[in-house]
Design a protein around this ligand. Structure first.
Ligand code: RAM
Length: 783
């Protein structure tokens, strides 16, 4: 069953429709005239307020259906995470609902068409509510109850009969509540299910709930309720174990062959009280033992106690794990791999792009990028999915946006999250480090992180060509630039506040000055300029001429101050690092002409000094190859891309990675690990190279917003014999494929209707291009 996403206008028409029919005298119960104003009341269990992670709370209500149902819609949300059942069957195919937003300001409800789930006579609506993001400990320390002290439910089913009468079933004081088999449940901890405590048939109409408690009815201000507009989290790929391993320590470990995010469905048959413990890990250590130190305080465990009633099937409900391996303890009988199925859970974005080429290592890199995206696009773009963090780090999201948009359609995903970025923006315009903000009022305003407020809206406009995102986010963009402007000194320098800088850039570990540390305020001045440029672009698109004039002035001042402060007379930068040159060139900080050519040469020289290795961190890496290509160093960009030793993109691939790592050397060449303090093996940020691969190897680029005009211009190099890519833009599918056959180059291109393209066909040497301006169609070239 598909959940129904209602837009505001659909909600309005639904309300009007309901209002018109609500005057029918046969309508039972509520007055329907003011739907979608909620008639339902928030209900909670009678647990006292506490700061413990409680068992999941079960709520139920029977109701009668007397006539033929034409349509029934269930609107539902919770304080906590819910799973609803109608007559014992799960409602919808979404998980981790109601999703994650800045709940105090924006709490999504879902709408499900449940018409086919209702039967004549007695029906039953049952809902389990677990702690979810509302009540789990989030970020570090034991800070639970971030968003709610109590688990709560708000549900409203609107039933329309074929005779036009209507009925409401709402959460109210007549519901009953109890606990059941889902005991501990918490995002980082995992979930414990005791099948002996299952209230068998609890969501069926004939269940006797007399021993259940009556619920408390509580009033909350419902002004934070919003419809769901993005794709919800669903189950996707499944994996069977590729290996059963007994580790040197004697642990029984199953390897699913892929680092993924979700959980494992376990089948088991045993005695009542048999207790299975499933722990999760991304990697095995050097000796081949199960390794969980990098999960820090996250227990990341599922525990199942058997009822003893035949074959039992377990899976968690209100948590998720980042893992490739599980260790299995206490399993009754022989561990048979076929009884374990790993399920990937992620936001249900439709795939939009493909990339492949003649180098298998690059294909594995592309695979790792897409799996990094799947695992970390769980309603919110998270940095990592496994340790006690899993937060919507704004910097990570902005560096990865373009790549993400090639791989999947992320328009709805990011439109929703950007609204939380704006909702969590501080009164002074500072942007939170993580959104939804769970870190408090001081974790704000880092350069490259806060710039998410301008970068993603602008890039999203370029990708989808829809001005709506600029309209929606314009105030937020403006406020972020305003924040930096407020904190600019008298000479126009933004030297204020704490910044993460070029996070996790190369550190040689030697005291020889080779650490690639870029001055944080030098970086900040670059991003200040870039954000101002993007705001200016947005003002132009939206026709805000006063703002255009204002920000043209401001931009000039920012760049002048930068050149005064950070550029030496010979054109070197104060921080003589790759990232410093990359940002200066990418954001046009230097005057056109010689200054830029020289800076590009310094950059190339720096790369050579590191024996053709990158040294960049989160902020420099996404732009590194783009800058090299722009200034005529595409060969060097290819050399970096194909570099196989640390630090490089292919080093983790050579080490067997199936996702992108947080650090260039998460596992060192000798098999030891980076520090346990911060070492995720599923972190999409460095996957931002995907954008360069699509644009330059496959050669697919937007020349105008939304790909109304397309450029196809592959860069031949890296000893590749062929490469191909496709992208489903808003007009349809673009594809590009080239292959070197002997001394000829063959190229096939598809351009969708409604667009035009400039196709640049290289020769086999890659040095000379022939340009063709074309309309929609398929084209074949040989040179
Ligand atoms: C760590 C992670 C995250 C990064 C922050 C600054 O929590 O690496 O990705 O954005 O630091």
């Amino acid at each position: 069953m598909q959940p129904v996403n209602l837009t505001r206008s659909q909600a309005f028409w639904l309300a009007l429709f309901i209002a018109l029919f609500s005057f029918n005298p046969r309508v039972r119960a509520q007055n329907l005239t003011d739907i979608p104003t909620w008639q339902a009341r928030w209900i909670e269990s009678s647990f006292p307020e506490d700061n413990k992670i409680r068992p999941a709370q079960y709520f139920r209500k029977n109701f009668e259906i007397g006539k033929k149902v034409k349509r029934a819609v269930l609107f539902i949300t919770s304080h906590g995470m819910y799973q609803a059942q109608l007559n014992g069957k799960k409602v919808g195919d979404a998980y981790l609902t109601p999703g994650w937003t800045s709940y105090n300001k924006r709490l999504q409800y879902q709408a499900y068409d449940v018409t086919a789930m209702l039967g004549k006579g007695k029906n039953s609506l049952g809902v389990v509510v677990g702690n979810g993001w509302h009540r789990s400990a989030l970020a570090w320390g034991d800070n639970i109850n971030r968003f709610a002290k109590y688990l709560g439910l708000l549900a409203q089913m609107e039933i329309t009969y074929t005779d036009g009468t209507r009925q409401l079933v709402i959460s109210d004081g007549t519901w009953r509540s109890s606990t059941g088999s889902i005991q501990t449940n918490e995002i980082y901890k995992g979930e414990d299910i005791d099948a002996r405590l299952e209230k068998t048939g609890w969501a069926l109409p004939n269940y006797d709930d007399n021993s259940w408690s009556l619920v408390k009815v509580v009033d909350y201000n419902n002004s934070n309720l919003i419809p769901t507009t993005n794709e919800m989290v669903k189950k996707h790929e499944t994996f069977k174990p590729v290996k059963l391993i007994t580790t040197p320590k004697g642990e029984k470990v199953l390897d699913f062959g892929q680092n993924l995010v979700g959980w494992v469905v376990v089948k088991a048959k045993g005695k009542s009280g048999d207790h299975i413990i499933i722990r999760h890990a991304e990697v095995l250590d050097k000796a081949g033992n199960f390794y969980t130190d990098n999960l820090r305080a996250a227990r990341a465990t599922a525990e199942y106690t058997l009822s003893g009633n035949g074959e039992e099937v377990f899976e968690p409900h209100f948590t998720f794990f980042g893992f490739r391996y599980i260790s299995v303890e206490g399993y009754p009988g022989e561990i048979r791999p076929e009884d374990f199925t790993a399920v990937a859970l992620y936001s249900d974005m439709s795939p939009s792009g493909t990339f492949a080429c003649s180098n298998p290592l690059l294909n594995q890199l592309q695979h790792n990028i897409t799996w990094g995206q799947r695992g970390n696009f769980l309603d919110v773009p998270t940095d990592c999915p496994q340790r006690d963090e899993r937060l919507g780090w704004t910097g990570d999201a902005q560096v990865f946006f373009n790549t993400a948009a090639y791989n999947f359609n992320v328009k709805k995903f990011f439109s929703k999250w950007l609204k939380d970025v704006a909702a969590d923006q501080r009164a002074d315009g500072a942007v939170a480090h993580v959104v939804p903000n769970v870190l408090g009022d001081y974790e704000y305003g880092s350069t490259g992180w806060g710039d998410v407020a301008t970068i993603i809206p602008w890039e999203m406009y370029e990708v989808y060509g829809d001005q709506q995102v600029l309209k929606d986010q314009y105030e937020s963009m403006k406020r972020w630039v305003g924040y930096m402007q407020t904190h600019t000194d008298s000479v126009g320098l933004y030297r204020y506040g704490g910044h993460y800088g070029d996070w996790l850039s190369y550190r040689s570990g030697n005291d020889d000055g080779s650490d690639a540390i870029t001055d944080k305020y030098e970086i900040a001045q670059c991003f200040y300029a870039y954000s101002t440029q993007l705001l200016l672009n947005a003002a132009n698109v939206l026709g805000k001429q006063d703002d255009v004039a204002k920000y043209v002035q401001l931009l000039k001042r920012i760049k002048d101050a930068y050149n005064q402060e950070y550029v030496t007379r010979s054109g070197r930068l104060v921080s003589n690092t790759q990232t410093a040159y990359v940002l200066a060139l990418m954001f046009d900080m230097l005057p056109e002409g010689e200054a830029r050519t020289k800076a590009a040469a310094y950059l190339a020289d720096n790369i050579n000094r590191y024996r053709n290795h990158l040294t960049t961190g989160f902020l420099g890496t996404p732009y590194l190859c783009h800058v090299l290509s722009r200034f005529g160093y595409s060969d060097l960009a290819y050399t970096l891309l194909l570099q196989e030793t640390y630090p490089s993109w292919l080093y983790p691939v050579k080490m067997g990675a199936t996702t992108i790592w947080e650090r260039w050397d998460g596992i060192k060449p000798d098999g030891s690990f980076q520090t346990t303090i911060m070492n995720s093996f599923n972190h999409y940020a460095y996957g931002a190279i995907g954008d360069w691969m699509y644009k330059n190897i496959a050669g697919i680029q937007a020349a105008e917003p939304g790909y109304k005009k397309i450029i196809i211009k592959p860069v031949i190099g890296g000893k590749l014999n062929w490469a191909e890519g496709s992208y489903n833009c808003v007009y349809g599918k673009i594809s590009s494929r080239w292959e070197i056959k002997g001394d000829q180059l063959v190229m096939d291109v598809t351009i969708p209707s409604g667009t035009t393209a400039d196709i640049y066909v290289p020769d086999a040497s890659g040095k000379n291009y022939q340009q063709h301006t074309v309309k929609a169609g398929t084209y074949h070239y040989t040179r």
